[in-house]
Design a protein around this ligand. Structure first.
Ligand code: CP
Length: 306
C-alpha cells in the first residue's frame, strides 16, 4: 500500500529521524546510488508556481530511476475550467506511482488522496503545510548540528500565511528544538499560541521589538519567511523599506547574531524586504545548502511513500 505524505503534524520522532537518515545516505551516495523507483512514474501536479520544489522532486525522481510527468496549469485543460478532482483522476489514470501536488487550497492534498490510488505527496497546500520543506530544513540543521535538542530556532515574518512555518514548527519541536516566532502583529495568527512556540509579543510595539531583538541574539538559526503578498490582497502593507527596517534581517541585525548562527529561507527571497541582499549572500546564509539537501530528502520521501 502506498503511503501519503500530507503533513508533519502527526509524524513521530522515529518517522522524522528515519527520513533524515535515509536522506543523509542519499546525500553521501550522490546521484548514482540505488534506483528504488526504477521504471515507475512520478507525476508533479502544480496548481501554483514553484522553482525549488518542483525541480527538486524532478531531480530526486530522476536520480531514483523514475520517469517524471510534469503538469502545470498553464497549457493544461485546467485553464479551460477542468476541476481539481477531474484533473487528478485523469493524471492518476496514466498510472503514476506517486503524485506530488501543490495547490492554493488548504486541505487539497488530503482531498486528492481520497480520490486516487497512488501515493500523494503534499508539495504545499494553501497556508496549511509544506512537509517536504519542513523535512529538508530539519535535515539541513541536523546535518550541521548532529542533534536539534536544545537548539534555538527563530522563525520571522509572515507566519499567518506560511505553510513552511507550520511544517517546520512541527518537525523542529518533535526533534527537540526550542522554536520562537516573531513578526508584525497582523501576521501573527491566534492559532500560533497553541503550537508550543515562544512568541515575541509584548504589551506594545517597543516591548515586542525588544523581544524580537533579544530572540535574534539568542538564536542558533534564524529562518526568515517570504512575505506572501499574493495572499494579502487589499491589506494595508507598509512600504518595503518600512517592513525591512521593522521586521527584516538587516545588515545591522545580522551583525548582532552569535558568531555561529545560520540563516535559512525557504525561497524565493524578496531581497531588501525580509532579507538584506548581502545578508542573503553572506557566510551565515545556508539557503543554497537547503536547496541541495532538498534533493536527497525528496529521494527519501519518494522511496518512503512506496
Ligand atoms: N520553498 C519553496 O516552496 O519554493 P518554491 O515555491 O520555488 O517551490
Amino acid at each position: 500500500m502506498p503511503r501519503h505524505l500530507l503533513a508533519l503534524r502527526t509524524m513521530s520522532r522515529d518517522d522524522l529521524t528515519g527520513l533524515i537518515e535515509r536522506a543523509a545516505n542519499y546525500r553521501t551516495a550522490g546521484a548514482k546510488s540505488e534506483q528504488p523507483l526504477g521504471g515507475l512514474v512520478v507525476a508533479n501536479v502544480f496548481f501554483e508556481p514553484s522553482t525549488r520544489t518542483r525541480a527538486s522532486f524532478e531531480v530526486a525522481a530522476a536520480h531514483s530511476g523514475a520517469h517524471v510527468l510534469n503538469w502545470t496549469v498553464q497549457g493544461s485543460s485546467a485553464s479551460k475550467g477542468e476541476s481539481l478532482i477531474d484533473t487528478v483522476k485523469n493524471i492518476a489514470a496514466l498510472g503514476p506511482a506517486v503524485m506530488v501536488i501543490r495547490h492554493f487550497a488548504s486541505g487539497a492534498a488530503e482531498l486528492v488522496a481520497r480520490q486516487v490510488k497512488c501515493a500523494i505527496v503534499n508539495a504545499g497546500d494553501g497556508c496549511h503545510e509544506h512537509p517536504s520543506q519542513g523535512l529538508l530544513d530539519a535535515f539541513t540543521l541536523v546535518r550541521r548540528w548532529g542533534s536539534l535538542v536544545g537548539k534555538r530556532v527563530l522563525i520571522v515574518g509572515d507566519i499567518l500565511h506560511s505553510r513552511v512555518a507550520r511544517s517546520n514548527i512541527y518537525a523542529l519541536r518533535t526533534l527537540g528544538a526550542q522554536v520562537s516566532v516573531a513578526g508584525p502583529p497582523w501576521l501573527l495568527p491566534q492559532w500560533i499560541a497553541g503550537m508550543g512556540v515562544d512568541i515575541c509579543r509584548g504589551g506594545d510595539a517597543a516591548q515586542t521589538h525588544a523581544l524580537f531583538e533579544a530572540a535574534l541574539e539568542q538564536a542558533d538559526a534564524v529562518m526568515m519567511l517570504r512575505v506572501q503578498r499574493e495572499r494579502q490582497q487589499g491589506s494595508d502593507f507598509p512600504s518595503a523599506e518600512a517592513y525591512h527596517q521593522l521586521w527584516g534581517l538587516t545588515r545591522e541585525r545580522a551583525r548582532r547574531l552569535k558568531a555561529e548562527t545560520v540563516i535559512l529561507h525557504p525561497g524565493p527571497v524578496n531581497r531588501g524586504l525580509e532579507l538584506a541582499p548581502d545578508v542573503a549572500d553572506s557566510h551565515r546564509s545556508i539557503i543554497l545548502e537547503q536547496v541541495e539537501n532538498g534533493v536527497a530528502m525528496r529521494r527519501a520521501i519518494l522511496e518512503w511513500t512506496l
